[in-house]
Design a protein around this ligand. Structure first.
Ligand code: GLC
Ligand code: CA
Length: 557
């Protein structure tokens, strides 16, 4: 397998709005990120992915961009950004930008022109359609509720928006749009940034003919799976690769909703003609309901093992995986797979960080930050959660209390409560009024308390990162082959990594109780070396094994 720096990296995602506020306006800012670079250095990561910091009216917290070459007022200035880049590079940290080019803000100059008249030269930058029988051109729904089409009074046509109506979709079929996007990307590359995380990049090529999508029972609109992996997406990405990506030393990761293993092999092919890797979402969809994600059924461990194993095996040698459970769109994993305890956070981290692929850590995950009890719909800030609540209750499809409890469990806002720095007021995030509520558990869970505690979740992550990046096991952890064992076990997640004659055994007990299981005898070795453990005692390797609640251990056989 080809060795490269981005396969050997560990990425840390920052959601700037909720990271660190330095001027007391309750909103995190770029100077806040600069202030915390030493914290990240101490954690041991080497790549930072910044959620969007561009100019934006914030209908979707920066994922609606009105100027790709300017910084959001609340976050600071371009000179703050330049300083961040300099300071990060001085510490050996690379910066990956969020590239949001499936859509812009409706306040972007391109859209302002495009909507001004049917004849405008930028009309074709976006996707405009005539009404069909006085209604929307088809049954597509927006990911944020309602139709994916918005009627524009001035020019008497509909425009397409897969997300909010303030996020009109760009028309990638127009070569001028592609050229403009590539120019903008080149401008950032020339500035010296180190990569792109590409927002919903699997949606840039729209289905031929804009057909109605199949509609399931209990759905108000067609299933928007139809919007993913369109007919020209690989062609567009190959063009982007030729025009921009291949000219710089970058790491690229495509956010690919709806991606299958077969598609991922194209997006992230080892020949390097498109992207380095993709985010796939099958594993975080395993606990969705039959109609939408607002469901509280716990994830089945055998199903999770089967799914992650499929990705590990299928992409081995032919593409590359990104490995993650948390980001700004997902609830906190320790509340989802674990029981909010520190030991369960460490167990989940062990399971993930010994897999093949580039790991992504989302701010606060390294502290074991949990979901938050928001209490009332008024405490949410996320457009997806709020819109879903009103649409589904008003249509009589869901009961308010029941839906609210599902939203509390799955809302993206769980990831967006402020970073818990200390036990001071507002978790040390701001001296002002935070834009979203602080999780009240900050007095218990915070960075200050964990930094010097060798048993903390923070120090555990630090160790996992060191093992992967800088230890005698690094090659096995980064490049080794993955093999699942005990596939049927309901509680134990166990696998092996192999590189030439070296073998690591990863054992994790995903249960609040002691578990007994049988280990295949060829794995039992007399004096295995232990790489990491999350409990004081380590079980002896034998045929009849017993592990404590949430216990995780890694052995070199
Ligand atoms: C991606 C982002 C999400 C955003 C959406 C629209 O899924 O991760 O936060 O709302 O795209 O840009
Ligand atoms: Ca601020």
């Amino acid at each position: 397998m080809n060795k490269t720096w981005w396969k050997e990296s560990v990425v840390y995602q920052i959601y700037p709005r909720s990271f660190c506020d330095t001027n007391g306006d309750g909103i995190g800012d770029i100077r806040g990120i600069i202030r915390k670079l030493d914290y990240l250095k101490r954690l041991g990561i080497n790549v930072i992915w910044l959620s969007p910091v561009y100019k934006s009216p914030n209908d979707d917290n920066g994922y609606d961009i009105s100027d790709y070459q300017a910084i959001m007022d609340e976050f600071g200035t371009m000179s703050d950004f330049d300083e961040l880049l300099l300071e990060a590079h001085a510490r050996g940290l690379r910066i990956v930008m969020d590239l949001v080019v499936n859509h812009t803000s409706d306040e972007h100059a391109w859209f302002v022109e495009s909507r001004s008249s049917r004849e405008n030269e930028k009309r074709d930058y976006y996707i405009w359609r005539e009404a069909k029988d006085g209604k929307e051109p088809n049954n597509w729904g927006s990911y944020f509720s309602g139709s994916a089409w918005e009627w524009d009074k001035t020019t008497q046509m509909y425009y397409l928006h897969f997300f909010s109506k303030k996020q009109p979709d760009l028309n990638w079929a127009n070569p001028v749009v592609r050229e403009k996007v590539f120019e903008m990307m080149t401008w950032w590359c020339e500035k010296g940034i180190d990569g792109f995380r590409m927002d919903v990049i699997s949606m840039i090529s729209k289905p031929e003919g804009f057909p109605d999508a199949p509609k399931k029972e209990g759905m108000l609109y067609g299933d928007n799976a139809i919007t993913c992996n369109g007919p020209h997406v690989h062609e567009y990405l190959q063009e982007m690769n030729r025009e921009v990506l291949s000219r710089y030393d970058l790491v690229t990761v495509g956010e690919c909703a709806g991606v299958t293993v077969e598609e991922a092999k194209k997006y992230a092919n080892a020949q390097g003609s498109e992207l380095n890797m993709v985010f796939q979402f099958e594993h975080v969809g395993l606990d969705a309901g039959t109609v939408d994600k607002w469901d509280k059924t716990p994830m089945s461990l055998p199903a999770l093992k089967e799914n992650l194993t499929k990705w590990q095996k299928e992409l081995d040698e032919v593409a590359w995986n990104s490995i993650f459970f948390c980001n700004h769109d997902q609830p906190r994993v320790v509340s989802r797979l674990g029981d909010d305890s520190a030991v369960s956070a460490k167990c989940i981290a062990t399971m993930l960080h010994f897999m093949q692929g580039t790991p992504y850590i989302y701010q606060g995950e390294e502290l074991g930050m949990t979901n938050c009890s928001f209490g009332s719909i008024d405490n949410f800030r996320d457009i997806e959660s709020i819109n879903a609540y009103y649409e589904l209750t008003e249509a009589g499809l869901r009961q308010p209390e029941e839906l609210l409890s599902c939203i509390e469990y799955k809302s993206r806002d769980n990831a967006r409560t402020p970073m818990q720095w200390s036990d001071e007021e507002n978790a040390g995030f701001t001296t002002g009024n935070p834009w979203i509520m602080v999780n009240p558990n900050y007095t218990e869970i915070n960075a200050k308390k964990q930094l010097d505690d060798p048993d903390s979740v923070f120090c555990f992550y630090k160790k996992l990162i060191t093992l992967r990046r800088n230890s005698k096991w690094s090659d096995v952890i980064v490049y080794g082959r993955y093999d699942l064992i005990l596939p049927e076990d309901e509680k134990i997640f166990a696998y092996i990594r192999t590189l030439e004659d070296r073998k690591l055994l990863i054992l994790c007990n995903f249960s609040q109780e002691k578990e007994k299981f049988r280990l295949p005898c060829e794995l039992i070795s007399a004096q295995p070396e232990i790489l990491i453990q999350n409990t004081e005692n380590v079980p002896e390797l034998r045929e009849d094994m017993e592990m404590e609640a949430w216990q995780a251990v890694v052995y070199e056989l």
